[in-house]
Write a protein that binds this ligand. Sequence first.
Ligand SMILES: [Zn+2]
Length: 118
Amino acid sequence: MHELAITQNIVALVVNASPHRPIKVITLKVGELSGVQEEAIRFCFDVVSKRTMAEGARLDIVPVPALLRCRKCFLEFLLNDKWACPSCAAIGGDVLSGKEFFVESIEVEDEREENALG
Ligand SMILES: [Zn+2]
């Protein structure tokens, strides 16, 4: 399963970034054209993050709209159903964004907070 491998990578990355402190929030950027299924990621995350510093972290999934550039008139436009340039009606174009999938940031437990509580 595609999403399982992706999720394993995410968890490895964030645990490596915060090996000793529990992770509270993981912000992911997911392009509209990345083909990554949000629900599958969430499902896999629960399984993969068990007994790691990422267990129980909230996943913030930020969608990235697909931006295309017309090959004919070079207008940049957001993807529509027809993949058609709104200016010259040419079909298709170069994808400028919308294929990305990456961890944008993580939020970890604050040590001071733990002391105050503890
Ligand atoms: Zn055009």
